[in-house]
Design a protein around this ligand. Structure first.
Ligand SMILES: Cc1cc2nc3c(=O)[nH]c(=O)nc-3n(C[C@H](O)[C@H](O)[C@H](O)COP(=O)(O)O)c2cc1C
Length: 270
């Protein structure tokens, strides 16, 4: 299966079939996570957790006892790095037939932080259950997906731009990179807000975050920056699959932006 196929088929899974994933699969996922690098070169410590043993729970998850969580130092770009790396793990799990849901809010966070031995400068952005998707979603999951319109995404021209934010990008203008943009469009995001806005400009793709209210917390962390890391991951893996090399740079091109937008990073297109 190609990365693009995996991205197209992935969805958050909240109802699992009740069987634990095998030890072998748990080790494979952990080893994969430990090897994933991110363009910010920020180290992440991963653990597979037994929910019963550690007293972990999420009100939205049913039918699995296994979680994966990661912790890292609270340094600049930590959230983007985490989102990028975690999404690679999510896509790898999907390739093994294992379902996931990134969870940043609906869990007993302090129990997860205890299980991960979070110390002073560290934080735990998100966790995910790991398990085999149940044949049928629970009523709760179905209602939740409806509530946040989890099956819809903005149109291509609403989130991707050509040269400046005044010109929507067409699929034909995106050319050989069309599928890489499409992979960003399909990405998961907190409450499905899809905060990514991309501008194709002079051989570069600039990534911006359109911030929604309520995601930045008092300690300076911003859950939507995790979404931005996921977007960078999707763009990169599909560009590579298309034979296009991309190089991450943080060089604000100074485009005119609205107050609710923040520049994140750019890819130089090879
Ligand atoms: C950073 C992040 C945090 C999330 N936090 C939660 C959460 O706390 N609870 C939850 O049920 N889903 C959570 N989600 C899953 C999103 O709701 C989901 O990705 C989005 O609705 C799109 O649906 P899909 O993943 O099925 O495509 C989170 C997703 C991301 C990327």
């Amino acid at each position: 299966m190609s990365m693009m196929d995996i991205i197209r088929e992935r969805r958050s899974v909240r109802t699992f079939d009740g069987k634990n994933i095998s030890d072998d699969e748990a080790v494979k996922i952990l080893e994969f996570a430990q090897k994933v690098e991110n363009p910010y070169d920020i180290g992440i410590t991963w653990k597979i957790l037994d929910a019963k043993k550690e007293g972990l729970s999420s009100a939205v998850i049913a039918g699995t006892n296994t979680y994966i969580a990661g912790k890292l130092l609270r340094v600049p770009h930590a959230e983007e790095a985490f989102g990028y790396s975690f999404e690679k793990v999510v896509l790898f799990a999907k390739s093994l037939g294992i379902g996931t849901t990134m969870i940043g809010g609906t869990m007993n966070r302090s129990a997860f932080e205890r299980a991960m031995n979070i110390s002073g400068q560290e934080f735990l952005p998100c966790v995910s259950p790991l398990g085999y998707p149940a044949k049928k979603m629970s009523f709760k999951e179905t209602m939740m997906r409806k509530g946040i319109k989890a099956d819809t995404r903005f149109d291509f021209g609403e989130v991707f731009f050509d040269g400046s934010f005044d010109n929507p990008l067409s699929e034909s203008k995106a050319g050989k990179l069309c599928e890489a943009f499409e992979a960003v469009r399909l990405a998961p995001s907190a409450v499905n807000k899809q905060p990514w806005r991309l501008v194709l400009c002079d051989g570069k793709v600039h990534f911006y975050e359109k911030r929604s209210k309520g995601f930045a917390s008092g300690d300076g962390s911003d859950m939507q920056k995790i979404d931005m890391g996921i977007a960078l991951c999707h763009f990169e893996v599909v560009a590579m699959e298309l034979g296009v090399s991309v190089l991450l740079k943080i060089e604000d091109p100074g485009l005119e932006i609205k107050n609710d937008m923040v520049y994140i990073a750019s890819f130089d297109i090879g």
